[in-house]
Structures are given as structure tokens and as C-alpha cells.
Design a protein around this ligand. Structure first.
Ligand code: GDP
Length: 345
């Protein structure tokens, strides 16, 4: 904490998501007062929509609002009066963004623009973080990618994030604000959504192990990703706002693994052979399967933030499998069997 006596105040958009929940935990552990923007509908379906932050609800303040509504953001920032703003919320599932490009673009670009405008108007002394993504590199011209690699997005999601990145940069440069972007590569955890391939794999491993199913259909097993742990990446995000100057930064593990390797490790950990269960089927192949390798260069994060990613992929996968095994166990013991089981499909 700073030398001032009052605790720092942080405002998070996307607090109910994987990253928001880990970031809220981190900030609480550092003595922050944490405020989160939450859609009104989330309050009507708390058990489902707030399951990642259920254990934090008595220690954080949730403010209803929506990124599309400038007045609601204005009221939320005014109420929370933050020292630090973490803008994480976005429509973020790449596959959906092909199907619903217009809503992805509208929500992500206008939402970020609204946030920046309110920030500049109400709390220009605060620090602002924008959640960029490796999808902004899309089909990269160099391997590995760093902060100087040209953006070449290949999805509506990637395009909307490039726009958000440039909006953030312009607010920094034109108005002298402490606003910066992290360019985060895929980051996973037991809190990852089930539509992402890592969680799809670990949740299926758990159900196969418990004898509930005997097949896992995936797309391209040779796709490679630079996967890291979301909890660890949120430390880098926080560090970005503690520096003397705002600087955009690539946050990554610097290593890639294939979907096949991920499967092998996950199934082996459960005492199974992935080849007995995994089937590569056309319907899960992506329109974006260009064969280009997205892998980050962590040098700037290491030198500038003093942040180093040192978690072996096995540790991440084992944690996810353990969690999903416990979830299946809970499901089988629970009266809410159907409800939870549906979430895991
Ligand atoms: P993304 O990097 O944001 O697209 O994260 P995903 O976890 O959705 O996908 C990671 C990689 O896994 C991509 O290259 C996908 O093409 C590949 N993949 C292979 N099979 C599947 C699948 O069944 N589901 C998903 N989501 N991805 C798959």
C-alpha cells in the first residue's frame, strides 16, 4: 500500500469473470477496497452468474451498470471514486465473435470508449488498465510477438481489442492520463469458461474418469497456444499500474503447447490414455486455423515489471483436473445434480 492512510480503491469491470475474480482476490489481499461493475441481470441470477466471486461477496461492493450505458458508468465511477480502474469486461469468446460480430464490436469498442471518457472526466488522476489480448496479433508477422509487433487481428474480437488498445493509447497521449494495456496471451484456470478448449478438456477428463461419458470431441489437436495461469497473470496486471510510467506490456508464458499435449497431460494425470477417448472432428475446427503461431516474448514484462512466469504447464493442468474431479464428485452427491451438470457440458 501507499504511505497514505486510506486504503486504495479499485474499480473492476468484468469482476464476475475468471480474471476479475482473481484480480479482486489479489487486490483484497493487498488491502484495497474493491468495487465491481455488474449487469443488473446478474443480481437476479446470483448463484449462476456470480459463482466465481461468491466467496468474496461480503468483502467487495458491486455496482449495477452496463458498459453500453454511459450514465450508469458515470454513476458507478462517481460512487466508487477509484484510484485504479481495471477494464476487463468484454465479449471474449473468439468463436462466438465470428457468429455475432456486430454485438462483439459494439459492446467492446463502445464499452471501452465509454469507460475512458468517464475516467477522463471524473477521475483523471486515477490509473487505467485495458485488457488487450494476443488475438490482436492474429496472424503475426513475427514469432515470438512483442510490444513492437504489428497487429493483424483475424476476428471481430481481435479487431475490437485493437480499437480498444488504440483508444487507450490516445487517451494516454492526448490527455496525459496513466492509461495502459496488457497484451495477455491465453490464460486458463479452474475458473475458465467451459467453452474454451482447456476447460472443455479437463471437465471431460473428470466426467470420463467418473464413468459418466466416454468420448471427447475436439477440433484441431495440433493447434498451439501460449497458455499460462490466470491467477499469475493478474499479478502482472496489477504491477502494470504500480509503475512510475504507463507502458503497454505483453504478458505470456513464452512457451507453446498443442491441444494434443494438453490432452495427454490431463488424461495421464487421471490415469487415462487420451487416445482412447479423444476424437478430432470437423465441426470443432476453427475458421481461423491459419497455422500461425501465437507466442509471446516476455522480456519486457520481466525487465520492466520484474514479473516472471515460471509455472510448468503440468501444474496448471493438474489444478484444473483436480478441480473438475471435485466438481463431478459434488454433482453426484448433490441434489442440484442436473443444474451443475448442465454447466459442465
Ligand atoms: P482462443 O485462443 O481464445 O481461441 O481459445 P480456445 O480455448 O477457444 O481455443 C484454443 C485453441 O484450441 C484454438 O486454436 C482452437 O482452434 C483449438 N481447439 C481445438 N479443438 C477445440 C475445441 O473443441 N474447442 C475450442 N474452444 N477450441 C479448440
Amino acid at each position: 500500500m501507499t504511505s497514505t492512510s486510506h486504503p486504495k480503491r479499485a474499480f473492476i469491470t468484468g469482476i464476475t469473470g475468471q480474471d476479475g475474480s482473481y484480480l479482486a482476490e489479489l487486490l483484497l489481499s493487498k488491502g484495497y477496497m474493491v468495487f465491481g461493475l455488474v449487469r443488473r441481470v446478474a443480481f437476479e441470477d446470483e448463484a449462476h452468474r456470480m459463482h466465481r466471486i461468491a466467496h468474496l461477496l461480503d468483502r467487495i461492493e458491486l455496482i449495477p451498470g452496463s458498459l453500453e450505458s454511459f450514465p450508469s458508468l458515470y454513476a458507478a465511477i462517481k460512487k466508487s471514486s477509484p484510484d485504479e480502474i481495471y477494464h476487463l469486461a468484454a465479449q471474449s469468446y473468439v468463436n462466438t465473435s465470428f457468429e455475432d460480430e456486430f454485438s462483439t464490436m459494439n459492446a467492446n469498442i463502445n464499452g471501452t470508449h465509454n469507460m475512458l471518457a468517464v475516467y477522463r472526466d471524473l477521475v483523471p488522476q486515477a490509473r487505467f488498465y485495458f485488457a488487450g489480448t494476443s488475438e490482436m496479433f492474429g496472424r503475426p508477422s513475427q514469432i515470438p510477438q512483442n510490444e513492437n509487433t504489428p497487429f493483424a487481428p483475424r476476428s471481430a474480437y481481435g479487431i475490437s481489442k485493437v480499437a480498444g488498445f488504440h483508444l487507450t493509447k490516445n487517451y494516454r497521449e492526448n490527455y496525459g492520463l496513466f492509461a495502459c494495456s496488457g497484451i495477455l496471451y491465453n490464460h486458463e484456470s479452474p475458473r475458465r469458461g467451459f467453452e474454451f478448449v482447456t476447460r472443455k478438456i479437463t471437465s471431460h477428463v473428470a466426467k470420463i474418469k467418473k464413468g459418466l461419458i466416454n468420448r471427447l470431441e475436439l477440433g484441431n489437436l495440433d493447434s498451439r497456444r501460449d497458455w499460462g495461469h490466470a491467477r499469475k497473470y493478474m499479478e502482472a496486471v496489477w504491477l502494470m499500474l504500480q509503475q512510475p510510467k504507463p507502458l503497454d506490456c505483453v504478458i505470456c508464458s513464452g512457451k507453446t503447447h498443442s491441444v494434443r499435449e494438453f490432452c495427454k497431460i490431463a488424461f495421464e494425470y487421471a490415469g487415462l490414455n487420451y487416445q482412447d477417448y479423444v476424437h478430432s472432428v470437423q465441426k470443432f475446427y476453427r475458421a481461423d486455423s491459419t497455422g500461425q503461431t501465437l507466442v509471446g516474448d516476455p522480456a519486457q514484462a520481466e525487465n520492466y515489471l520484474g514479473w516472471r512466469y515460471d509455472l510448468p504447464i503440468e501444474r496448471l493442468i493438474h489444478e484444473m483436473v483436480d478441480h473438475d474431479l471435485s466438481l463431478v464428485f459434488t454433482v453426484r452427491q448433490s441434489t442440484k445434480t442436473e443444474q451443475i451438470f448442465n454447466v459442465m457440458t
